[in-house]
Structure formats: structure tokens, C-alpha cells
Design a protein around this ligand. Structure first.
Ligand code: DC
Length: 215
């Protein structure tokens, strides 16, 4: 089978990861969740109490950081951290640390290596514009901020988090601003990406639309 790389970008809560996971299963290729990689770095920074302005400590930490995916798990330095990185605190730290050049350089390098060896579906913010600019397929999935916040809120309360929907919306709008206004590879639709608005669609409908473009 010829190698295909599918890039899926868009703001948080637009449904990228659900669609990307479904596609990976249907096409029997690997799924790389690049947001989880930024969350892993944010998690490690919090664990080691490294501030965003501590460039030297951060560089040293990044040199010895290993991030990998295996059997649907994200592994940081040998530890499965799937659930530990799905909190609002880590989401904020991921967004903050993703603006730092040293963090982006390390993770983009890892992501490009992952996309070089095999067929992948990769989701994030800068996949079509920067990580895999020559990907065979590029999609940009959006939804209104209210719909995205509602979805994220349902996810959080199902895990026992008692956060209000208003707070989730507020955090999401702030993160949208951070992610799309940072200097380095901000969230942006690639010119050649197909845009899909998932506001009034469920995950299966969105996946079906994406699949209809893939030959
Ligand atoms: O998709 P997510 O919410 O798990 O991503 C967490 C943060 O990581 C997000 O706020 C922005 C950052 N990110 C990025 O800068 N570039 C990517 N390719 C993926 C995520």
C-alpha cells in the first residue's frame, strides 16, 4: 500500500481527535495526537516545577524527554500518562508551553520523524501548515466556540469534574486566542486544506465527510 499522511487541524473541541481515531481504525494506519505531546511536556514541567521563563532548565529537561505512542497510549519517559494529561490545568500549561520555541522544535522534529516512516493520521494546530506541509490530505475541522465548550464540558463532567459550562467556554476562548495569535506556527487553516464545520454534525457524520475525500 502506498504511504498516506492525513493532517487534521482545528481549534480544541472541534472533534479532530475522534475523527482522527476513527480514520486511523478504518484505514488501519497510526494515529498521532500531537496535542497530547504538548500536554505531556506541560505535565512534566508542572511535575518538575519548571516555569515558562526557565529556558535552561527547560532545555535540559527536553533533552532527556521521550514521548511515544503505543497501542493507543501516550507514553512519557516510559510511563503511560493518558488520563493524567486530560485536565483543564494541563490544557492551559500545554497551550502556554506550545508557544515556546524550544518545545516546538523538539516536538515538531519528533512528529516529522513519525510521519516519515509510515502512513499516519496526525491531528493538531500546525500539521498541514508546518509539520507535514506535503501531506496527501489536509482537513481543517471547526465548530462554534459554544458547541466546542459544550462537548468539552460533557467530557469533563462524565469524569466527575464539577466545572461549570461557562468556565469551560471562558477557558476555551482564552486558549483559542493563545493558540491562534502566538508567533510560532499558530493555529491556521492551510491554504490547501478542506474545511469542515462540525457544529451540527456528530462524529460519524464528520468522519464520513472526511472519508469521502480519501481515495
Ligand atoms: O489538542 P489539545 O487541546 O490536546 O492541544 C493542547 C495544546 O497544545 C493546544 O492548546 C495548543 C497546543 N498544540 C500546538 O500548539 N500544536 C499542535 N500541533 C497541537 C497542539
Amino acid at each position: 500500500m502506498e504511504k498516506i499522511r492525513i493532517a487534521i487541524d482545528g481549534p480544541s473541541g472541534a472533534g479532530k481527535s475522534t475523527v482522527a481515531k476513527d480514520l486511523a481504525k478504518i484505514l488501519n494506519i497510526d494515529y498521532i495526537d500531537t496535542g497530547a505531546m504538548y500536554r505531556a511536556v506541560g505535565y512534566k514541567m508542572l511535575q518538575q516545577n519548571i516555569g515558562l521563563d526557565e529556558a535552561d532548565r527547560l532545555s535540559k529537561m527536553l533533552e532527556t524527554t521521550e514521548i511515544d505512542f503505543a497501542k493507543g497510549n501516550i507514553i512519557l519517559d516510559g510511563e503511560v500518562i493518558n488520563d493524567k494529561i486530560r485536565t483543564q490545568e494541563i490544557a492551559k500549561m500545554a497551550s502556554d508551553c506550545s508557544a515556546l520555541a524550544s518545545v516546538r522544535a523538539k516536538l515538531v522534529d519528533l512528529q516529522r520523524n513519525m510521519g516519515q516512516l509510515k502512513s499516519v493520521v496526525m491531528d493538531g494546530r500546525d500539521i498541514g501548515t508546518n509539520v507535514l506541509p506535503d501531506a496527501e490530505y489536509k482537513f481543517y475541522i471547526t465548530a462554534t466556540a459554544e458547541e466546542r465548550a459544550h462537548r468539552r464540558w460533557l467530557e469533563l463532567i462524565s469524569k466527575g469534574d464539577l466545572i461549570s459550562q461557562e468556565k469551560v467556554l471562558e477557558d476555551m476562548i482564552q486558549r483559542d486566542i493563545n493558540d491562534s495569535t502566538r508567533l510560532l506556527n499558530p493555529l491556521k487553516k492551510a491554504e490547501d486544506a478542506i474545511e469542515i464545520d462540525s457544529t451540527k454534525k456528530n462524529a460519524e457524520e464528520t468522519t464520513a465527510i472526511v472519508l469521502s475525500y480519501i481515495k
